[in-house]
Ligand binder design. Structure first.
Ligand code: GDD
Ligand code: MG
Length: 351
């Protein structure tokens, strides 16, 4: 009864120029390990979940890329969204299709672009969560011990003294202000939301009915069409009507039966070039190379990403991000990596 939904519709604009709308972060080998993040995610989940039960929710323009990267995937496993509407509509659609196939389905929802170091520990945690939702209907998320006040994450308040491994969530706050995030960190009884969810298909659908009735109403009309030829046409006509909202704001902040499993494996959402660098080896000067060879003097703590093992020669440059793609070469100080998204936009406007 194990199923999975892989969320693979985002754009990953902070990794420009390597990641772009035509080839987003999850479909590139951003770590230079010989596999894209999407491939790694698919393989990791297939170890616990029958691979024919793994559904990939994505924008319709990425369908061919997915088939190329996981050649044995069947057409029915790829669910093309006509438009980007964030994760809530996408997760509801996936749940409805899976429920239609198997009303007893237990479902893992996973992002396609994260890095997890210890696969065994990850799979053990997911197994624990599957057992947990099989025993009792609830919404389980995986929690990461926070280390700094990142405002791009969801914060989960829970009782640390509770003995059970699956802990009741007292409050879920998506993307708090910096001030709030700082307070949460100080308080000590918060975890970051990893964005990896476990629930039964039936229960998440019930939660949509309760907390997002409008969105549920739009999809309800497709009831007879799931997993038939009529599905695509229905989505083309109706998907855009669903509001553009994430599952975190739409359900997780509001629902009562939210639980968290604090995890002990290393996790990163690889949100920035620096976070990619922290997961990769570097030379004795702290330079990290991704598909590049380096010749340097007085150069340290740089991140250098090329393709085809290009030779990069640097003198007197430290703490920079140097990323080369077919058409673009970007050189930005690490201190400005949060601005890459904006940089991408202004470059696209100009050229
Ligand atoms: N299919 C589909 N359609 N996937 C999407 C869409 C969409 O319209 N939009 C985003 N995704 C995918 C992304 O590719 C990513 O794998 C995942 O859904 C999460 O979306 P993000 O846009 O990366 O979310 P976030 O990083 O702002 O926040 C989420 O993740 C954090 C941890 O990384 C939230 O769940 C936070 O609470 C959490 O802390
Ligand atoms: Mg993210």
């Amino acid at each position: 009864n194990y199923y999975a939904i892989i969320m693979a519709g985002g754009v990953g604009s902070r990794f420009w120029p390597s990641s772009k709308a035509s080839n987003p972060k999850q479909f590139i080998d951003i770590l230079g390990v010989g596999e894209t993040l999407f491939q790694t995610t698919f393989n990791r989940l297939s170890r616990l979940i029958p691979s024919e039960n793994i559904y990939v929710l994505t924008n319709k323009k990425y369908v061919d890329m997915i088939k190329e990267q996981v050649p044995h995937i069947k057409d029915y496993q790829i669910v093309p969204e006509p438009e980007m509407r964030n994760t809530a509509p996408s997760i509801l659609l996936g749940a409805l299709k899976i429920y239609n196939k198997n009303p007893d389905a237990l479902t893992l929802v996973a992002p396609s672009d994260h890095w997890i170091k210890d696969e065994e520990a990850f799979l053990e945690t997911v197994q624990l969560a599957f057992d947990g939702v099989e025993k009792e209907d609830r919404l389980i998320t995986l929690g990461i011990e926070p280390t700094y006040p990142n405002t791009g994450y969801g914060y989960i308040k829970y009782d640390k003294s509770e003995e059970s491994q699956i802990k009741k969530v007292e409050e879920f706050t998506e993307k708090p202000s910096l001030k709030k995030a700082g307070k949460f960190l100080e308080a000590g009884n918060y975890a970051w939301n990893a964005g990896i969810f476990i629930w039964s298909a039936r229960f998440i659908i019930e939660n949509f009915k309760k907390y997002m009735p409008e969105m549920y109403g739009i999809f309800e009309k497709g009831e007879k069409l799931w997993n038939t030829n009529g599905e695509n046409d229905f989505l083309e006509k109706n998907y855009h009507r669903a509001s553009n909202i994430s599952i975190d704001y739409g359900i997780m902040e509001k629902a009562d039966s939210v639980y968290v499993i604090p995890v002990d494996f290393k996790w990163s959402d690889l949100g920035t070039w620096s976070s990619v660098q922290s997961e990769l080896p570097s030379d004795d000067k702290g330079n990290t190379l991704i598909n590049a060879r380096l010749h340097s003097k007085d150069a340290s703590d740089n991140i250098i990403s090329s393709y085809n093992q290009k030779i990069v020669a640097i003198r007197g440059l430290s703490d920079y991000i140097i990323v080369e793609d077919k058409d673009v070469l970007m050189i930005v100080p690490k201190s400005e990596e949060q601005e890459i998204k904006e940089l991408r936009e202004s470059v696209m406007k100009e050229f």
